[in-house]
Design a protein around this ligand. Structure first.
Ligand SMILES: Cc1cc2nc3c(=O)[nH]c(=O)nc-3n(C[C@H](O)[C@H](O)[C@H](O)COP(=O)(O)OP(=O)(O)OC[C@H]3O[C@@H](n4cnc5c(N)ncnc54)[C@H](O)[C@@H]3O)c2cc1C
Length: 369
């Protein structure tokens, strides 16, 4: 009996309330906001949308896309979990439309490496009813444009008894997630440099990263996906504390910032599309040898860029930069600091070189790095 109870308790604890509804509207399905599962984007700015639709069938989905296309309205798909950290699911401006997959009569939206075919709804001319379904089988070259690398808890709601620690409704941990992949051949040298940084000051290093997780390391196979990893790689993931107050520095955050800059700039690291802060994506698209092929397929499927957004244009190198340069931007990871005002000089945080990677610029309290 006791062991049965224990198993029941363990099973209960192993579950997890799903994240909160990402799309909230003040006026039925109009005047909406959309957020991610941690309840805050890296720039802390709330994302707004004009409206949301909840198609239940493929036919309704085609109708939703056609309606937005005929109105020349920008749109984005939002999933039930909206798990990505960057602003991937924000449609353009206040006039954008959200198409939610929450009530769709089929499961699965993340197009991983193992996906061997998909049906994709794309904009179309008026003569074709403004939207068409395209079928991409395993041999279709465009499948490589749709695939990515990189799902979420699928548990019953239980009144938050088993919520995830990052669920914004429980005010648990408020963190940021740094995640990048480095080519396998370069990974040992990168790890040795991280160890040098650790050995300079183990206490500072351990205070900078969330020691419950440490540095998570996993292998990622090379992918044929145009925006996937071009070669076998090692993926590094670091969770670190983030202040709930905009612009408030985090003690020893310079450790994570230095590691991240070293990875991205010295070792050619690729940022995880669904994680990271703004500066990680600056120039990232240039590291993908098949980015042009991706953009060609994108243009063919969505010539008016109705599925594009400010964020996707920035990270794909089409228009603007993901960096936001302003006071305190280095503290928030919105830029790499180049002057003290990008840190918090009034609180003793100045823009300094890294301790191991000289070319890094991090917000630090150290006078002599
Ligand atoms: C705490 C935490 C831990 C995480 N851990 C991991 C991890 O271990 N590994 C990992 O890979 N990722 C991880 N992530 C990142 C996240 O889970 C991934 O980015 C994941 O792929 C998001 O999937 P989603 O279905 O929720 O997509 P969303 O975040 O809702 O959407 C992502 C993008 O795809 C678009 N989209 C979604 N569905 C469709 C569709 N049907 N048609 C067209 N466009 C669509 C959206 O508009 C958006 O632009 C983590 C995130 C958090 C917050």
């Amino acid at each position: 009996m006791l062991s049965f109870l224990l198993v029941a308790i363990l099973l209960h604890l192993a579950g997890g309330s799903p994240p909160p509804e990402p799309v909230v509207c003040t006026d039925g399905t109009s005047n909406c906001t959309v957020t991610n599962s941690v309840g805050s984007f890296p720039d802390r700015v709330v994302c707004r949308a004009r409206s949301v639709t909840y198609p239940r069938t493929e036919q309704e989905l085609v109708g939703a896309v056609a309606a937005a296309v005929s109105a020349k309205r920008k749109m984005k798909v939002a999933t039930r979990y909206s798990h990505s950290i960057p602003k991937l699911m924000c449609p353009g401006g206040l006039d954008g439309a959200i198409i939610s997959t929450e009530r769709l009569n089929r499961t699965g939206s993340a197009v991983h490496e193992y996906v061997v075919g998909l049906r994709i709804v794309t904009p179309a001319p008026a003569s074709k009813g403004y939207a068409v379904v395209r079928e991409l089988g395993a041999d279709h070259p465009d499948l490589d444009a749709a695939k990515a690398s990189g799902a979420c808890i699928n548990s019953p709601e239980d009144g938050l008894n088993t919520s995830c620690p990052w669920d914004p409704r429980v005010r648990g941990s408020f963190s940021q997630n740094t995640d990048f992949s480095i080519a396998l051949s370069k990974a040992p040298a990168f790890v040795a440099e991280m160890q040098r940084l650790r050995d300079l000051s183990p206490d500072t290093f351990c205070a900078g990263i969330d020691t419950r997780f440490g540095v998570l390391i996993r292998y990622v196979k090379a992918s044929s996906a145009y925006l996937g990893k071009p070669e076998d790689s090692v993926d590094f993931d670091i969770v670190s504390y983030r202040s709930r107050t905009d612009g408030m520095p985090r003690a020893h955050a310079d450790v994570v910032d230095e590691i991240e800059q070293m990875a991205l700039h010295k070792y050619g690291g690729l940022p995880h599309w669904g994680k990271n802060r703004n500066f990680a994506f600056d120039g990232a698209i240039a590291k993908y040898p098949k980015a042009d092929e991706f953009l060609r397929v994108k243009d063919r499927y969505d010539p008016d860029g109705l599925f594009s957004s400010e964020w996707s244009d920035q990270v794909l190198g089409i228009n603007g930069s993901p960096n936001i340069v302003k006071e305190g931007c280095g503290v928030e990871g919105l830029c790499v600091c180049s002057e003290d005002s990008h840190c918090a000089p009034e609180q003793g945080y100045f823009c300094r070189p890294g301790k191991v990677h000289d070319e890094a610029r991090v917000c630090s309290t150290s006078v002599n790095p």
